[in-house]
Design a protein around this ligand. Structure first.
Ligand code: OGA
Ligand code: NI
Length: 337
C-alpha cells in the first residue's frame, strides 16, 4: 500500500476551509511560554514556577533537563534520516489501522458537508517502552534509529518520572502520587512529526488545533524552526525553539487528575516556506485499564469533583470516534454542576 505517502504539493485536499486557516499575521509577537531551569534545587520557588505554568499555560520549556545533548541530537538525526528515506521505503509503515503498534499516518480534518482535508505533515508513531518488546518492530533503516531510540527512551523515562514528581508536588501532593495513579504499566508512545516545506502556509495546517489526550508530553523540536503555537488568553503564542530545551505540556489526563486545576491547553502546528520542520513528542499516559478521575486529596467542599471517573480505554474510544473533527473528549466526562 505505497499510497498516501508521497511528496506532497498544495493540492485542494490540503487546503483547509477559510474559517480554519491559521491567520499567521495574528500571532502575539512578544508573548512566550514560561522557561524553567531544572538545574535549580527542588525548592518551593521551583515548585511554584511549575504549578503556575501548569495552571496558566499548560505548557513550559525546560532547560538543563539532564538528558545528554548528544543523545537528543542523535535521536533527532535518526528521525530526520527516517523522513529522508525514499517515500516508497517509508510507506512500508503506512497504515490506517489504529491497532497497529507502529504506524506512519496523516491526520485530517473533517468539516460538516465537506471533503476531508489532509494535514501538511507525516506522523510516525510507536511505543517507546518497554524497549525489548518493541525494538524489533522499529525501522532497520536508518541504522541509527533503533539504537538511538533505545538510549533516548531510557533517559526520557527517568526524566518523565522526575517531571511527574515535580508536578505532583506542585499540586501539593506526595511526589509519587501522579505516577502511582497511572500504574506500573503506563502507555508510553512516541510520535515523530514531519512538516515538509509548504508553498503557502496560510492555506493549510501542520496539525489542527488539539489538546493531547495523554497525561504528559515531552517534545523536542528542530533547532531554529518555529511551528508550534499555543493558545493563551484567546491568542496564539509561538513556542520558539530554545537550544537544548524540551517543550513540556500537560495532557487531558492530568487536567482530570488535578480536578481541572492544571490545564491541558489547545495548540497547533503551522507550516513554513523555508525550512522543513521535525519534532519528536514522547507521550506518557495511563494504562488502558487504569481508572482515571480527580485525585481525592484535591477534593473538598470548595472543590467538588469536576469529572467522573472512567477507564482510560473508554476515554480512548471516545477520542478515536471523533477522529478528524474538533475533539471534545474530556468534556464528555464532566459532572453536572
Ligand atoms: C503533538 C504536537 C507539536 C509540534 O505531537 O501532539 O502537538 O510542534 N506536536 O510538532
Ligand atoms: Ni499535541
Amino acid at each position: 500500500m505505497a499510497n498516501s505517502i508521497k511528496p506532497i504539493s498544495l493540492t485542494p485536499n490540503f487546503i483547509v476551509p477559510e474559517d480554519k486557516r491559521p491567520q499567521l499575521a495574528h500571532i502575539s509577537p512578544l508573548a512566550s511560554i514560561p522557561i524553567i531551569d531544572l538545574n535549580d534545587h527542588v525548592t518551593s520557588s521551583l515548585l511554584q514556577k511549575i504549578s503556575q505554568a501548569c495552571e496558566e499555560y499548560g505548557f513550559f520549556q525546560v532547560i538543563n533537563h539532564g538528558v545528554p545533548e548528544e543523545l537528543c541530537e542523535k535521536v533527532m538525526t535518526a528521525v530526520t534520516q527516517f523522513f529522508e528515506l525514499p517515500p516508497e521505503e517509508r510507506a512500508e509503515f503506512f497504515t490506517e489501522d489504529l491497532t497497529k503498534q507502529v504506524r506512519l499516518f496523516n491526520y485530517y480534518l473533517k468539516s460538516e458537508g465537506q471533503e476531508k482535508v489532509t494535514m501538511w505533515s507525516e506522523l510516525f508513531s510507536h511505543p517507546w517502552h518497554p524497549v525489548d518488546d518493541f525494538t524489533h518492530l522499529l525501522p532497520q533503516n536508518p541504522p541509527l534509529y533503533r539504537v538511538a531510540f533505545a538510549e533516548y527512551a531510557k533517559e526520557i523515562g527517568g526524566f518523565m518520572n522526575r517531571l511527574l514528581s515535580l508536578i505532583s508536588q506542585g499540586l501539593g501532593l506526595d511526589k509519587d502520587c501522579l505516577r502511582k495513579r497511572m500504574g506500573d504499566n503506563p502507555r508510553l508512545r512516541a510520535q515523530a512529526n514531519f512538516y515538509p516545506l509548504c508553498p503557502d502556509p496560510e492555506l493549510t495546517l501542520g496539525l489542527a488545533v488539539h489538546t493531547d489526550l495523554n497525561a504528559l508530553t515531552v517534545l523536542q523540536q528542530s533547532a531554529g524552526v518555529t511551528g508550534l503555537q499555543v493558545i493563551k488568553d484567546g491568542k496564539w503564542v509561538a513556542v520558539d525553539p530554545i537550544p537544548n530545551a524540551f517543550v513540556i505540556n500537560l495532557g487531558d489526563q492530568i487536567q482530570v487528575l488535578s480536578n481541572g486545576r492544571f490545564k491541558s491547553v489547545h495548540h497547533r502546528a503551522v507550516t513554513n516556506k523555508t525550512h522543513p520542520r521535525i519534532s519528536l513528542a514522547m507521550f506518557y499516559g495511563p494504562n488502558t485499564e487504569d481508572v482515571i478521575g480527580p485525585i481525592e486529596d484535591l477534593i473538598d467542599d470548595e472543590h467538588p469533583p469536576v469529572y467522573r471517573s472512567y477507564r482510560y480505554a473508554e476515554f480512548l474510544e471516545k477520542f478515536y470516534s471523533q477522529e478528524g473533527t474538533r475533539r471534545i473528549v474530556k468534556e464528555l466526562f464532566e459532572l453536572p454542576k
